[in-house]
Design a protein around this ligand. Structure first.
Ligand code: F6P
Length: 325
């Protein structure tokens, strides 16, 4: 029927394997040849790809990471790289390229589509920072991993009556921090979308909380704000409360995907093939209001999304002693 290639690009995210598996199995069942490209866009430029069978994607669903490997390709970022990639796809007879990745990977896909390759994107990033979709592959697992880690930190922080600054991932987005803030009952959350750099106010709140009888405090700090060690030092110096910083880092990117990440990634992978079956071109797949859907890639790039104000407000109310409001 035709040739499809699938790749993962950018930061890996738990559930990417489930998405690849769904693309491969649905593709085969509908009569396509599905090629797995290794190491992101580099794999096209270097012709690193293999025809995948139904069996090749067995025992992958339950594992984090991506068995196709991933990369951020400097060569592909250049216009010449995209032209070369499109020419290779044409030469190999690959009509559609399915890209599982984040915003940066989709920018690459959008530009590649201008050279005649049909591209379909699946949102894969733990950051949740893709405007057109309410859900991204890996976010649920990452948040649960971070939540469990912060529960542990709270126990030791409590025992020592300390303040803990915990840095969670999210280069320029505070979704993981916001969710952990609520899920872990953090006393404060610092996210790039909202934090006004008013450290004096933050320190005042920490002091007030302590004065009101809080024996320990958790401050969830998004990577986008960063400087967690410096912040811990500042808090300790200003409040006299022993403070420790922990950066959770890449451990948030690994681990067996949650049921939600497995199911949504599988549904989106299958849906990508359905889009091809319907002759759709250059679409991004996502979830909106609980349902899988697809949107034109150009249109998707016009969309914006922001942190839910109400969720942020709730996090604040639940974290700070109301006696001091
Ligand atoms: O985009 C996912 C993400 O994990 C971000 O939260 C983080 O800032 C970045 O990737 C880290 O990238 P790398 O793995 O290249 O250090």
């Amino acid at each position: 029927k035709g040739k499809i290639a699938v790749l993962t690009s950018g930061g890996d995210a738990p559930g990417m394997n489930a998405a690849i598996r769904a693309v491969v199995r649905t593709g085969i069942s509908k009569g396509y040849e599905v090629y797995g490209v290794r190491r992101g866009y580099n794999g096209i430029l270097n012709r690193e790809m293999d025809l995948l069978t139904f069996h090749d994607v067995s025992e992958k669903l339950q594992h984090g990471g991506t068995f196709l490997f991933t990369a951020r390709s400097a060569e592909f970022r250049e216009e010449e790289g995209k032209k070369k990639a499109a020419a290779i796809c044409k030469e190999l007879g690959i009509e559609t390229l399915i890209v599982i990745g984040g915003d940066g990977s989709f920018t690459g896909a959008k530009n590649l589509s201008k050279y005649g390759v049909n591209v379909i994107g699946l949102p894969g990033t733990i950051d949740l920072d893709i405007a057109y979709t309410d859900y991204t592959i890996g976010f649920d697992t990452a948040v649960n991993t971070a939540m469990e880690a912060i529960d542990r930190l709270r126990e030791t922080s409590n025992s020592h009556e300390r303040c803990s600054v915990v840095e969670v991932m999210g280069r320029s987005a505070g979704y993981i921090a916001l969710w952990c803030g609520i899920a872990n009952g953090a006393e404060q959350i610092l996210i790039p979308e909202k934090f006004d750099n008013n450290y004096d106010k933050l320190i005042e709140e920490i002091k007030n909380n302590r004065a009101s009888g809080m024996t320990h405090q958790i401050i969830v700090n998004a990577e986008g704000i960063g400087h967690s060690y410096g912040l811990a030092k500042k808090i300790e110096e200003a409040t006299g409360i022993e403070t420790r910083a922990t950066i959770l880092g890449h451990l948030q990117r690994g681990g067996s995907p949650t049921a939600r990440d497995r199911v949504y990634a599988s549904v989106m992978g299958a849906y990508a093939i359905d889009c091809i079956e319907k002759g759709k071109k250059n679409r991004l797949i996502g979830y909106k209001e609980g349902h899988v859907y697809d949107v034109d890639i150009e249109e998707a790039f016009q969309m914006t999304k922001s942190i839910d104000d109400y969720e942020y407000e709730v996090a604040g109310i639940l974290g700070t002693r109301c006696e001091y409001k």
